[in-house]
Design a protein around this ligand. Structure first.
Ligand code: FAD
Ligand code: MLT
Ligand code: ZN
Length: 472
């Protein structure tokens, strides 16, 4: 990097705001899984929106590319710089202020680097709920959640970040600040610009703050772990829960036996609730703001009907918060557990819920034909039609040999997804991992419109180059 740019960065940010020590840099240059690796001479750590604006203004004038980074928990390499060493990583880890919680408006205004769990706790302290919930919530940031339009386990009731966001503050690639923190529930004064930044994966500007919608706190909860014969039973069960519990359904996750087996093997303290083998499991949760909501009875009605229709092989209802946590640990531990089994090839897809059984059957067959012995780790937010179709190598296969087949295996999953009218990224985004392949699955006219938007916001192409949009 040009020494003059480095000097200016030091002038703007002071010593606490610039990381150049190779030991400290390392953590910013690869992702949580260690699946992507980049290089950079420095990381900039601005402490407020004004400093972000000065940095982007400087980079704009000097032609320096910028890679925004939050908690670095993303799963498609979006926050990792390339290997040129010329890109500047802009970390939001000093933008950590909660600017305010408003009970009457049911909103919280936070800076981009605030960790999701901190927002949940601040809402809770105000007697409210911020419902976004995902396995990485102890380290991912609101800026990253916005930039990826994060989903997670409560989307079935509360929606993704798009539905939870009322306003954003953004620094544009030329250094101008757009303060869109209006926080209004209704605002029909033209194009809804905040939605362009949500899901933009750092390619249109740096999100520095947001106004988020809060919900009533949850005071009753009922949670069950059930064993199923096949995905069709899960689809039928969702229909029963929706008809019986309506909007009280706040979580519906599906897990293959392979997924749960990995958790039991690698995550200490986890225990199999049944002690006998079953091919599929589902975790369902009902919740309500009323302290004495009759959720246990509702759950009993749901499970009773499901047993009668022979959809369930077994079921256990959590008794108290320790058991609730133990059941969720079986679900939330899958990502980490899979990392112990060699490279985990991730495919985050959605299809219409109704076709999930046929989709799973066809995709599993195609994968096994491509690589006999492959371990298929299917799980996810089935209430949203979102499955993580993750793959682990056949036992005994060399890691590098397995990795070398990653593109071919992804093709199998994505072609099948497209054949069932699905999307090849439900919630993780495109980042660098799906940026080229998206050209084969999105209509050319849609990609043209996306390129037009990119050109309008970032004509010099300095915001997170090499991510989201295919080359050319
Ligand atoms: P980063 O990884 O730092 O960045 C992600 C992208 O956002 C990059 O493109 C980056 O450039 C951009 N970005 C970050 N901050 C900003 C900003 N302020 N302005 C502009 N661009 C920015 N995701 C889900 O959706 N649902 C899940 O259920 C889920 N479960 C997960 C479980 C585990 C165990 C792990 C490790 C990850 C999981 N994820 C999940 C993925 C990840 O946690 C989310 O994508 C999260 O939203 C990323 O936040 P982050 O702060 O770590 O972002
Ligand atoms: C999850 O829901 O656990 C993650 O989004 C999926 C993953 O880690 O592949
Ligand atoms: Zn997920």
């Amino acid at each position: 990097m040009d020494p003059d740019v480095l000097r200016r960065l030091h002038d703007i940010l002071g010593p606490a705001g610039v990381v150049a020590d190779p030991d400290l840099l390392r953590g910013y240059l690869s992702d949580w899984r260690g699946a992507y690796q980049g290089t950079a001479a420095v990381v900039a750590r601005p402490a407020d929106t004004g400093q972000v604006a000065e940095i982007l203004g400087l980079c704009h004038r000097r032609g320096v590319a910028v890679v925004p980074q939050g908690g670095n928990t993303g799963l498609c390499g979006g926050a990792v710089p390339d290997r040129s060493g010329t890109q500047l990583v802009l970390s939001t880890n000093r933008l950590r202020r909660i600017r305010g919680v408003d009970r009457a408006d049911q909103t919280i205004t936070v800076e981009a680097g605030v960790v999701l769990q901190t927002v949940q706790e601040a809402a809770d302290a105000a007697g409210l709920l911020f419902p976004l919930s995902l396995g990485a919530e102890g380290s991912c940031t609101i800026g990253g959640n916005l930039a990826t339009n994060a989903g997670g386990t409560a989307v079935v009731r509360y929606g993704t970040m798009r539905e939870l966001t009322l306003g954003v503050e953004v620094v544009l690639p030329d250094g101008r600040i757009w303060n869109g923190l209006r926080g209004l529930r209704k605002d029909n004064t033209g194009y809804d610009l905040k939605q362009l930044f949500i899901g933009s994966e750092g390619t249109l500007g740096v999100i520095t703050a947001a106004v988020l919608a809060l919900h009533p706190a949850i005071r009753s909860r009922a949670t069950a772990w059930v064993a199923l014969s096949d995905p069709q039973a899960a689809v039928d069960l969702i229909e029963i829960v929706r008809a019986t519990a309506g909007s009280r359904l706040s979580g519906f996750e599906l897990m293959s036996a392979q997924s749960v087996e990995f958790v039991l093997r690698h995550v200490s303290g986890t225990r199999d609730p049944f002690g006998s083998a079953h091919p599929w499991f589902a975790l369902l949760e009902l919740s309500d703001p009323m302290a004495d909501a009759p959720l246990a009875q509702t759950l009993e009605t749901v499970l009773g009907e499901a047993f009668e229709r022979e959809l369930l092989r077994d079921a256990v209802v959590a008794d108290g918060s320790t058991q609730v946590a133990a059941l969720w640990a079986l679900r939330e531990g899958i990502s980490e557990a899979q990392n112990h089994e060699g490279p985990s090839l991730k495919h985050d897809i959605t299809v219409p819920i109704s076709v999930i059984p046929a989709f799973v059957a066809a995709t599993d067959d195609a994968l096994r034909a491509t690589m006999p012995g492959i371990r298929i780790v299917t799980y996810g937010h089935v209430g949203d039609g979102n499955l993580h179709y993750n793959l682990s190598k056949p036992p005994g296969t060399d890691d590098e040999v397995f990795r070398s087949r990653a593109a071919e295996l992804a093709r199998v999953v994505y072609d099948s997804t497209a054949g069932f009218a699905g999307s090849i990224s439900a919630e993780h985004g495109l980042g660098q991992s799906k940026r080229e392949v998206i050209a084969d699955y999105k209509p050319a006219v849609e990609l043209d419109l996306m390129r037009g938007i990119k050109q309008l916001f970032d004509p010099a192409g300095l915001m997170n180059p090499g991510k989201v949009l295919p080359e050319g």
